[in-house]
Structure formats: structure tokens, C-alpha cells
Design a binder for this molecule. Sequence first.
Ligand code: ADP
Ligand code: MG
Length: 347
Amino acid sequence: MVMTLQIHNLTKRFAHTKAPAVENLSFSVKNGEILALVGPSGCGKTTTLRLIAGLERPDGGSIHLNGTLVASGTVFIPPEKRGVGMVFQDHALFPHLTVFDNVAFGLQGRTRAAIQAIVSEMLTLVGLQGLAGRYPHALSGGERQRVALARALAPRPALLLMDEPFSSLDSDLRLEMREQVRTILKTMQATVLFVTHDQEEALFMGDRLAVFRDGHIEQIGQPEEIFHASATRFVAEFMGDSDFLPGLASSEGIETELGRLPQKFRPHTPVEIAVRADDIDFVPDEVGNAVVAARFFRGAFNLYRLRLDSGHVLHSFKEHTYLLPVGARVRAWVSAEHSLAVFEKAD
Ligand code: ADP
Ligand code: MG
């Protein structure tokens, strides 16, 4: 199978005094797949998209689109010849063009009837049939974003690049747009590289996720795998507020302050186990092994911070009606029924 996008050892350095923005980056996107690139601000996500789009030249490595080399240290195919569509955060619609003309923008060279048909199909797809004659200033943020998506999809690009497309929307709308846009992309069977700094958004949007850090990929895999079987401490922390419970691996499992966990690791190795608030449970217990250090109301649930007798801090979710005061003695345990990510203890 030919991958739609193949990146091999891609490197881009903006200044010789600074670390490269991306370094020896390699990954592929399959036909019809949404790959979510997620990582903190400044880790090289936008640079990667710009290199693929042809808005930057790489210093080394290669980019293949549908098997054709489009960029390397020596080869450079210009952006308009790459068949790549783009949707960016600021949606950048042409303010002086109607919705119809914005969507038709990438369709030059076709007959008037063909353009009509494609624009009409695209506006139906994004649910904006009635708004073809409007100008961008008379649209809501969500509508503008959907026009931008329709415009990018209209020429049927081989690959669609989306850079933090929802970050200028308020949070309710962002959730709604996520769902709509994913449905639209799947209807179109689009091949997409979707960039976000938002972990939840990445887990929702991506068929697979690539977790970025400092210009390289820490882990690439299915959302569940990234979340529950994080390959590094960075991934475990970045992808959802892990705490780290110390333990010692034995031939029986891993011995911890909260008892033995039935997981395998090289015996006699000091380890840390990534646990999240939904992996830990507790009950009031005079003897116990921990104390309630803080309680945070989160609407539907309470987040408890527990200080174990060793001083280690873990978190646990309880329903919002479950109220224990700060200072209460409790007995905590690992309630997760899935395996947890285990790391050799760094000292
Ligand atoms: P992200 O999109 O993940 O937030 P960027 O790709 O925008 O990250 O930036 C990665 C790094 O490259 C940052 O350190 C940034 O300052 C630097 N960088 C990006 N674009 C340029 C540029 N045109 N000139 C110099 N440095 C840049
Ligand atoms: Mg960016």
C-alpha cells in the first residue's frame, strides 16, 4: 500500500544558535486516516505542517506525497503543485468574497456547472446550503470554520492539513465543531494531518495520535494505546495528568505502598507506575494509608488529592455527592482494571 504521506528523517533548523524546530522526524499517514499531531506549544507542529505544505524548505530528510518526492534537501515542489489542502486557526477566508466564491476559490479551470455542483455539494456537506451569498463578516465563528473546511475540501486534496482549527472558538462550540468536522472528514474519507495542543481533542479526532516533544515524536499509536500504555513519562503526563506511584518490581508483580499490582516488569527494578484520578479509589478508614489533602469541586464529580503516608500525592475522582473533609483518614487502592504504564525509576 502506498502511504498518502511519508516523512523520513525530516529536519528543519531556523537558526544555527537554536535547536532544530524538527529533527529526524519520521512518520506516515495512510489513505483515509486522520493522524492527530499533539504536543505542547513550540514543539514543532506548525513547522511540520508548513514543511509538508511547501511553505518552508527542509534542511534534510524527505517528504513523499502519494509516492512522489515533493521535498528534500535538494528537491522542492512548490505548494500549488502538491495537492494539499489547509485549514488554519484563523480560517483566513477572503473577506470580499461570498461564501460561494470562497469555496469555489480552488476550483478554477473547471466549467461553471462543475463548480456550481461541487460548491453546492460542499456547502451541503458542512450544513451551510442557505448561506452561499453571505460574506464572511456576517457569519458566526463556527460557520466561518465550516466554510474554510468546505473550501479546503472542494478540490479533493490528497491530504488535508489542519492547524489548531478550533482554537479561536469558545469551548462549547469547539466541542460541537469537533464532532461535526470529524463526521464530515469521515464522510469524505479525507486523509488528514490534524494538529492540536489539546490532548482531549487529539484523542477525539485522531484515528492515530503522534505525541510531539521538542521537534520529535515520543510515541505514535492508537488513542487508547497512547493514553493507557504511554511509552514515556512525558506522554503519560502530557496526555492526562498522571501521578507516579513508586514501586519495586518482583517476580510476583509490583510491590507498592497501595499493595501488589499484578503487572510484569524486570524483577528487582525500582519503577514508577502512572496512575490517573480514575485509576484510584478510596474509602474512609481510621487506620488507612492516606489522608485527604484537598478536594476540588469539578461539577459532575469531586477530585480528591490524597497524601499517602509516605508523602506521595495521588488523585482520585468521586461522584460530586461524595463528601469527605480535608484531613480525613482513608484507605486508597488502585482500582484500575486495565494495565498501567510502568517506567523504570529515573534517579
Ligand atoms: P508549534 O506549532 O508546535 O507551537 P512551531 O512549529 O510554531 O511550534 O515552532 C517550533 C519552534 O520553531 C519554536 O521554537 C519556534 O520559535 C521556532 N520557529 C517557528 N517558525 C520560525 C521562524 N519562521 N523563524 C524562526 N523560528 C521559528
Ligand atoms: Mg503551532
